[in-house]
Ligand binder design. Structure first.
Ligand code: NAG
Ligand code: NAG
Ligand code: NAG
Ligand code: NAG
Ligand code: NAG
Length: 445
């Protein structure tokens, strides 16, 4: 999900940019105060790190991340990019964009193509508002080809997740999955067959999500149901069931990238062929989105409301009783700001005072954005190996080469430092890199 090229283009010109790894974060290792926000990729920074995907549990404090814009009912006609912003251009106000993303979305014949040019890590878009239960439907055609994965998921900042995913070697099946706080469990997957080729034909895929159950539908027919009552975890004394506000995320990503873990590559149907007909004919792999529709749950009292402006967490447990639907601002004034200091770098003020001290040194401002150097973050772990054959894709966590943004690199590890970041594997991912941006440069954005 995060892209490098745009970023590079945007930032390289203006600022001094160094390719250095940002500090990593996890449940056991929260971010430092000067870079307080833990991105969905498990790395610390400011600015865009503090917006969508910022995990309050792994950040410096619960209020380091900006609150999440509340659910809005909406039909997203995917026939224009007018309401799309690259992550490097978005400051948290959902009035300014419906989708935020990284990669190469483009419009073709009235639909949005998410593309994956040769050797890239694809494209990811996320809604700027969050759903706290409700239903979301996407009308789409998948990509095809070995190792090419299409995803349509709900993904919360604390890594609750509900998925539809397609691997490009099986155009007759959609894989479904869910996670509670990113904890992998291979038994959570399930397949639904599709009545015709998912690449050739549009189909409607829908997730209906309530506090009591998740239903996955294809073309209006229920293909799978998971009840909360089936998910009691007696050890942890909680329901291992998705329950926190989540963004809708759509993506194409290279499960079959050669640098990925073997389990991931196998799950995705093999290594990607960058000289396929698809690439020869079009110049990229692509998935086609015609429409996405969100219907909020709209209860009168929490959980599941959307009465205020934003959602935020009051407790590290991050269960549905710890989410508040309130009126806090979701906006930062610059990519140097954080939830702790949302007006930092305000261009208006800076120009008055005239001094954006370069001595502010450098921080990471765009998660996953990378320039240059490769620094593979082994997708870690556990999932990687264990997933082969499981169909869960839990292993697909490892493509983090630095040549571009990466959608899936934190994934993984069940143990160790990355624990807690695994939910990312679902398709969004993360890059090992971020850009180090000089403060002066940012102000020119
Ligand atoms: C969410 O909250 C409701 C009401 O407080 C509760 O009944 C339900 O069990 C919770 N759901 C989960 C998955 O924790
Ligand atoms: C996975 O989830 C199922 C259903 O909730 C549960 O019965 C099982 O114990 C879980 N397994 C692990 C390893 O957590
Ligand atoms: C219960 O929750 C704990 C802590 O989150 C987790 O490690 C464990 O796998 C879960 N057990 C089952 C059976 O799902
Ligand atoms: C948010 O603002 C609305 C409208 O002003 C108000 O009705 C509501 O009570 C506020 N919510 C909170 C939690 O303060
Ligand atoms: C789902 O389908 C894929 C092929 O698309 C297969 O590899 C996998 O084993 C299936 N998973 C389940 C749980 O049936």
């Amino acid at each position: 999900m995060v892209r490098t090229s745009v970023l590079g283009a945007a930032l390289l010109g203006a600022a001094s940019v160094l390719a250095v790894d940002p500090p990593s974060c996890s449940l056991d290792k929260k971010c430092p105060k000067e870079m307080p926000c833990c991105s969905q990729y498990g790395q610390c920074g400011v600015g865009a790190y503090c917006l969508g995907g910022c995990d309050p549990r792994m950040s410096y404090s619960l209020d380091s991340c900006l609150p999440a814009p509340v659910c809005k009912d909406k039909v997203y006609k995917m026939d224009s990019l007018d309401r799309y912003k690259d992550i490097s251009e978005y400051l948290g106000d959902p009035k300014t964009a419906d989708w935020v993303g990284q990669g190469e979305p483009l419009i073709y014949q009235g639909n949005t193509l998410l593309t994956m040019p040769p050797k890239s890590v694809g494209t990811v878009l996320a809604t700027t508002t969050y759903m706290w239960y409700g239903s979301v439907r996407a009308r789409l055609k998948t990509s095809r080809g070995r190792g090419v994965v299409t995803a349509f998921i709900l993904y919360s900042d604390v890594k609750d997740e509900i998925d539809f995913e397609w691997v490009g070697v099986d155009l007759g099946t959609v894989q479904t999955n869910y996670y509670f706080q990113g904890i992998p469990n291979y038994t959570n997957t399930g397949n639904i067959s599709i009545s015709s080729n998912s690449y050739e034909d549009f189909h409607d895929y829908e997730i209906q999500w309530t506090p009591d159950e998740i239903r996955w539908l294809v073309d209006g027919k229920v293909g799978r149901v998971k009840k909360r009552s089936e998910t009691w975890n007696a050890t942890a004394n909680q329901w291992d069931f998705p329950q926190t506000p989540a963004r809708v995320q759509i993506s194409i990503w290279p499960g079959g990238l050669e640098t990925n873990a073997e389990g991931t590559i196998n799950w995705a149907g093999g290594k990607i062929d960058w000289e396929s007909d698809e690439i020869k004919n079009y110049g990229y792999y692509f998935a086609t989105f015609a429409e996405v529709e969100v219907k909020c749950y709209r209860t009168d009292s929490p959980p599941g409301t959307n009465k205020g402006i934003s959602y935020y967490y009051t407790d590290y447990r991050a269960t549905n009783d710890t989410v508040v639907d309130g009126n806090k601002s979701t906006v930062i004034k610059s990519l140097l700001a954080t939830g702790l200091d949302p007006t930092k770098g305000d261009p208006a003020k800076a120009s008055k005072s005239g001094s954006a001290s370069a001595a502010e040194s450098s921080v990471f401002a765009i998660p996953g954005g990378g320039v240059g150097i490769g620094n593979p973050v082994p997708g870690s772990s556990s999932g990687s190996d264990g997933s082969s054959g499981s169909g869960t894709g839990t292993g697909r966590s490892s493509f983090c080469d630095g040549s571009s943004f990466s959608q899936d690199c934190t994934g993984g590890s069940d143990a160790g430092e990355n624990a807690g970041v695994r939910g990312v594997r679902s398709g969004l991912g993360a890059s090992a890199f971020a850009v180090v941006v000089g403060i002066a440069g940012l102000l020119f954005l």
